[in-house]
Structure formats: C-alpha cells, structure tokens
Design a protein around this ligand. Structure first.
Ligand code: HEM
Length: 448
C-alpha cells in the first residue's frame, strides 16, 4: 500500500502559511530542491500544495491518469474575462470546442497567415531601425507586447481592417490587465468592487463584447471572407451534429486566443533577447544562418523552416524562461503516484520553470546553450523533461503559430541589430499569469 512519505515543507508565515513562497512561486519552490527534492508538499498554501518537477509525476498527472486531474481553481478567475473558452473550460464542452477549433491551428492553416505575420514583423523592424539609437536603451518587453499583440489581432480578426489603433486592441489589453491584477493579488478583489475598478472592467467588457459581436455579425450577414482565424472558427463544424459555434462561443475563443497568444510569445522573445544580449557570438550565428537562407529577400515559410539554429535558440530560451511557468491541476479522487498517496481535492503544482532546470535532466542547467536542442540531443532527452507548451490532451493549441512568430521576429531582429544590456538595471522574474521580467528589460539595440 502506498504511504504518504513525501517531504513536507512547513511554511514560515502566520499559522504555518507559506507566504514566503508566494512572492516568486516559480523560483522559490525550485530553490527548495536541495532539501526537499523534485516532488514535495507544502503544508499550507493555504491548502496543501503538491510541488512537482519530476518527469515521472508530470507524466502521470498530464498523461497517464489525466482524467483524474482537472484544471485548478485559479483558472476560474480567468473565466471573468475569457468566458468559457478553451483555456478555462473542461469536460465534454471543452472536448467539443477543442475538436472544432483544432483544424484552424493545423500547420497548413497557420502557414496561410504567414504573409500577414511577415508584413507586420518587417514593418516593425524597419520602424525600429529608424527609431533606435546607441545612446538610449529601450524597454524590450513592452516592445514585444505591442508587436505580438498586433500580430495576433491581425491574424485573428484582420484587425487592420477595423482601424489600426482599434478599440478592440485597447479593450482587450485592459480586460487582461484587470484579470492579471485579480489573479496576482486576490486580497485586492474586494477593494476593486469599491474603487470602481470592477465597474470599469464591466464597462470595458461590454465595449469589447459589442465590438466582437459586431464583427461576427457582419461576417455572418455579408458572408465576407477574411484570411484570419476568426474566419476559420466561423467555418468550424461539430463533426457529430454539423453545428457551428454560437456568437458567445466565438467571442470566448477569440479573447482566449488573444490573451493566450500574445503575452506568452512576447515574453519568450523578451527573455531570449535578454540571453542573446549576453551572448553576441550566438547572435552572429543566427545572423549567418538567416543570411544564408534569405538575406535581404522577403522570407518565405520554407526559409523559416530551414533556420534550424534559430529554432534551437528559441527552444533554449523557452527552457530557461518558460512563459507558462507552471500548470495547476486538482485531483478528483485519491490516487497513487511514485508510491505516494495523493488525496482527493489537492492541487498539483507542476513547476515547468524548475523542471527545465532540474539537474537530473539538464547538465549545467543554468547555462544558455542552444546546442542542447540539436536533433541528436533532443532524441536522448528524458521524456517529459521539457514541456514549455504543456503535455497531454490540454497541450497548447497555438504551438505552430507561436513558434512561427517567435522564430520569424527573432531572425529579423538578429539580422539587423546587436543587443547590449543596460548595466545596473535589475532583472528579476515575476511569475504572474506568465513569467514576466519584473522591472522590464532595458536593452541597447544597435544597428549592425
Ligand atoms: C511561447 C508561446 C506559448 C506558450 C509557451 C504556451 C504555453 C501553453 C501551455 C503550457 C498550455 C497548457 C496549459 C495547461 O495545460 O493548463 C497552453 C494552452 C493553450 N494555449 Fe498556448 N502557449 C503559447 C502560445 C499560444 C498561442 C500563440 C496561442 C494561440 C494563438 C495559444 C493558445 C492556447 C490555448 C487556446 C490553450 C488551451 C488549450 C486547451 O486546453 O485545449 N498559445 N499554452
């Protein structure tokens, strides 16, 4: 019979509450590895929290017995803005939505959006070439947020057709910020009902809903065809019933894709540029690869696929700074994993950040080394030790989209610029919904 012989971390706060961990849950739970290992329990968080960065346990929770683990309640907070979209929904409803949305994310369909991505990315680097100067550093995280938001909006709704500085953009960004505030500091929630923030949120939500319903309606009535994801979602049909998505379902999936799809990519780009600023020799290698495959010519999707080294750089960036730094699941019934009893109703906190730095799977884990991702090295990697996009049935649907966008922008930037860190500017991770740089990243971006 299994026994609960897991190491237990007793919190240092009031009533044994592990408040000292919360400040940076990704790094602080990793830091306990020496004493507690890669699978342990935190006694009060306020409920017990099972910290996991051992691949066999990850496999069990996300794949082998995934049906016993539902998304944890933190996702409910996201429902406020995201509604019942792919990230927040569960059960049969999620299964149906995933099946319908899946074809829109097939590689072949995503490739159709490549041209739009190239247009926006080239316009961005050309504009940056004009603006940047060697004496002034820029905050690269905000830059990456803006460009990735533009790309997602245009590939999702053809937002450009609705005006460049569209209200859709502003309302979506504001909705997201409000939800992040709530998730980040649950104690502020009551305050937000008093200080008007919640009312403001409802107002923004109403504006957003009206805008998106207007776009959906216009497309349904005029049968206008656009090359974008909304079009693909409008065409999607349930294989059993032949029915499409309702307006509400489309709205929920659209905002889900926007929120899931841009901050993650923006943070990957930011952290990778931060790493590259410390490794000019790697920037040179990317530049050489880019110049071999397309140089001054406009890149095609085939060109992008040939950028093997650039891809490895992105993968290594995602290893050290996985934007989705953790996955939370709640056990539905008692279970046994690696000889340990997992009670019903507890949270399994899969710390992807720590998994990617677990010395059992990675040699010199803190070192930035894109060679870890050569095809030979990937083959010999332990299963489930690298999961920036999750694993199992709930794995990221936007994988191809994300890789295409990140690789493209990184290639175009490395081709044109050198990067240098601003000395003295603090760099710290801040795990909110995604792993952000707490104080931004200040870079000197110099034309080659
Ligand atoms: C570097 C970029 C990205 C990373 C690291 C990332 C990571 C993840 C992870 C780890 C999950 C699984 C969450 C869980 O199991 O609880 C997920 C789910 C999801 N992602 Fe991404 N993602 C990225 C980009 C995107 C993009 C570009 C889109 C859309 C265009 C997207 C849409 C989604 C959706 C809709 C889900 C929910 C899937 C489901 O449960 O069926 N993601 N992502």
């Amino acid at each position: 019979m299994a026994t609960d012989n897991l190491p237990v971390y007793q919190g240092k706060g009031w009533f044994g509450f592990a408040s000292e961990i919360i400040e940076n849950i990704a790094e602080n739970t990793q830091a306990l590895e020496g004493e507690y290992g890669d699978f342990y329990r935190i006694k009060r968080m306020p409920a017990p929290l099972y910290v996991v960065f051992r691949n066999s346990v990850v496999k069990h929770v996300l794949q082998t017995n995934a049906k016993n683990y539902k998304k944890s309640s933190i996702y409910d907070e996201l429902k406020l803005a995201l509604g019942n979209g792919l990230i927040t929904s569960g059960g049969d409803y999620w299964r149906r939505q995933r099946r319908m949305a899946q074809p829109a994310f097939y590689k072949e369909r995503i490739v159709a959006l490549f041209d739009k991505m190239v247009d926006l990315s080239i316009a961005y680097v050309e504009e940056l070439e004009q603006r940047t100067n060697p004496k002034e550093s820029i905050e690269i995280n905000q830059e990456m947020m803006d460009i990735t938001a533009n790309v997602v909006l245009d590939t999702l709704f053809s937002a450009k057709d609705y005006g460049d500085e569209s209200e859709l953009y502003h309302t979506m960004v504001n909705l997201q910020e409000y939800v992040i505030k709530r998730v980040n500091n649950p104690f502020s929630i009551p305050l937000q009902y008093v200080n008007g923030n919640h009312r403001q949120f409802l107002k923004e939500k109403k504006i957003f809903d009206e805008l998106i319903y207007h776009v959906i309606n216009e497309r349904r009535v005029n049968k206008t065809q656009h090359n974008d994801m909304l079009n693909m979602l409008l065409d999607a049909k349930d294989a059993d019933t032949g029915e499409g998505m309702s307006d509400l379902e489309l709205r929920d999936e659209a905002i889900t894709i926007f929120i899931a799809g841009h901050e993650t990519s923006a943070n990957t780009l930011t952290w990778t540029l931060y790493l590259l600023a410390q490794h000019p020799e790697i920037v040179e290698k990317i530049r050489a690869e880019v110049n071999t495959h397309f140089g001054d010519r406009r890149p095609t999707f085939q060109d992008l696929q040939k950028l093997q080294y650039t891809r490895q750089v992105v993968e290594e960036g995602l290893r050290l700074y996985p934007p989705a730094f953790a996955i939370g699941r709640e056990s539905l019934a008692e279970d046994t994993i690696d000889g340990v009893t997992i009670p019903k109703g507890v949270i399994m906190f899969i710390n992807i950040y720590a998994l990617h730095r677990n010395p059992k799977y990675w040699e010199d884990p803190e070192v930035f080394n894109p060679d870890r991702f050569t095809p030979e090295n990937v083959k010999s990697r332990p299963n489930l030790s690298y999961i920036p996009f999750g694993a199992g049935a709930r794995m990221c649907i936007g994988y191809h989209f994300a890789m295409m966008q990140i690789q493209l922008l990184l290639a175009l930037m490395a081709q044109r610029f050198n990067f240098r860190l601003k000395e003295g500017h603090p760099v710290e991770t801040q795990p909110l919904i995604t792993l952000r740089p707490k104080h931004g990243i200040q870079l000197f971006v110099e034309r080659v």
